[in-house]
Design a binder for this molecule. Structure first.
Ligand code: COA
Length: 298
C-alpha cells in the first residue's frame, strides 16, 4: 500500500532497529528508509541481516547490518558504536527484537520465563542505556539545533488484561511499557529524548503470527475481533512513521495500540434483538417495583 506521508519526513535521520531484519521490524526499516532515513539493522542471524540489508539497498536505501544479540551488553554497545561510525550519528532507536512461544505457566521453566524477559525487557533497557550518549541533545554527530533523538519500543496488549499461554511475554511487555513511561519522563526532561511504544495486535504474515496464531486457531480468533481481520505490517510501520516524524513531536511516553480494537473485545452475552425486546420491559418492571421488595417476589 502507498504511504500517506511525504517521502522526506525522515530525511537526514539515522535509525537503528533491533529485530529490524524480519517481520514487523523489517517493515519499519523499509518504511523509514523509503521516507529518507539511513537504516542500521541488528539481528541474531547474520544471513537474515545480510539479506535484509540487500533488500533495503536494492530500494536505494542507505543500509548496514550487524549481527548481535540484545541480551549481550557488549553486542549492544558494539552495534550502536558501529552504526554511529558508519552513518555519523544516531537519531532513532527501535526496539523490535522479541522472543515468544505459546506455553502454559505450569509447562514454562523459570529459565524459559527469564529468556523472554531477557530479550524483551532487559534487552530493550540495554539498548536504550547504550544509545543514550548518542541520542541525547548535543550528543556526538548531532548539530546544536537538533533536538534529542527518539526511542520506539515495540510492545503488545497481552498484559492489559490477561492472555492465555503468554504469561512470560505479558510480564516482559508490561516491563517494556514501564520503561517507555519512565524513560519518557526522565530522559525527556534531562536529554530531550522522546520515548514511545506501539502495541500491535495480531499482524498477518509475520514470524510472531506463524508461531502464535497458526492456521488451526486463526479462524476462531477472527470471530472475536471488532474489525474481523488481521492487521498488516503496513499498519504498524505507518504508526511508527507518525511517532518518529515531526508529526509526533509532542507525543512522549505513549504506547499506541494498533490492533483494530481487539484488546477491547468481549463475547456478546446477549443478541441485539433480545436486548431491544427486553430492555424496556426490564426497566418498566424495575421502576414499578416498590422499594425493598426483592426482585424474586415481583
Ligand atoms: N515451550 C516451553 N519452553 C520453551 C519453549 C517452548 N515452546 N521454547 C523455549 N523454551 C524454554 C527452553 O526450554 C529453555 O528453558 P530450559 O533451559 O529451562 O529448558 C528456555 O526457554 C530457553 O530456550 P532456548 O531455546 O535455549 O533459547 P534461545 O535463546 O535459543 O531462543 C526463544 C529464545 C526461545 C525465545 C526463541 O523462540 C527465539 O529465538 N525467538 C526469537 C524469535 C521470535 O520468537 N519471534 C517472535 C516474536 S513475536
Amino acid at each position: 500500500m502507498e504511504s500517506p506521508f511525504k517521502p522526506d519526513i525522515l530525511k537526514g535521520k539515522v535509525a537503528l532497529l533491533t529485530g529490524g531484519a524480519s517481520g514487523i521490524g523489517f517493515e519499519i526499516s523499509t518504511h523509514f528508509g523509503k521516507h529518507g532515513a539511513s537504516i542500521a539493522v541488528m539481528g541474531r542471524r547474520k544471513t537474515v541481516v545480510d539479506s535484509a540489508v540487500s533488500s533495503l539497498q536494492s530500494l536505494g536505501i542507505p543500509a548496514v547490518g550487524f549481527a548481535g544479540d540484545v541480551r549481550k551488553q557488549e553486542d549492544a554497545k558494539r552495534v550502536i558504536e558501529s552504526t554511529v561510525k558508519h552513518f555519523g550519528k544516531l537519531d532513532i532507536l527501535v526496539n523490535a527484537a522479541a522472543g515468544n512461544f505459546l506455553v502454559s505457566p505450569e509447562d514454562l521453566s523459570p529459565n524459559g520465563f527469564r529468556t523472554v524477559m531477557d530479550i524483551d525487557s532487559v534487552g530493550t533497557f540495554t539498548m536504550c542505556h547504550e544509545a543514550l550518549n548518542y541520542l541525547k541533545k548535543g550528543g556526538p554527530g548531532r548539530s546544536s539545533d537538533d533536538s534529542g533523538g527518539m526511542i520506539l519500543n515495540i510492545s503488545a496488549t497481552l498484559h492489559y488484561t490477561a492472555s492465555w499461554y503468554q504469561i512470560h511475554v505479558a510480564a516482559a511487555k508490561a516491563a517494556v511499557d514501564a520503561l517507555t513511561r519512565n524513560l519518557a519522563l526522565e530522559w525527556g526532561t534531562d536529554y530531550d529524548i522522546r520515548v514511545n511504544g506501539i502495541a500491535p495486535g495480531p499482524i498477518g504474515d509475520t514470524p510472531g503470527m506463524r508461531k502464535l496464531g497458526p492456521d488451526e486457531i486463526k479462524s476462531k480468533t477472527r470471530e472475536m475481533m471488532p474489525l474481523y481481520k488481521l492487521g498488516e505490517k503496513w499498519d504498524i510501520a505507518v504508526a511508527a512513521l507518525y511517532l518518529a516524524s515531526s508529526a509526533g513531536k509532542y507525543v512522549n511516553g505513549m504506547t499506541l495500540v494498533v490492533d483494530g480494537g481487539l484488546w477491547l473485545s468481549r463475547p456478546r452475552h446477549l443478541p441485539k434483538e433480545e436486548v431491544k425486546a427486553l430492555s424496556r420491559v426490564v426497566e418498566k418492571r424495575a421502576r414499578s417495583a416498590p422499594i425493598g421488595v426483592p426482585k424474586s417476589k415481583l
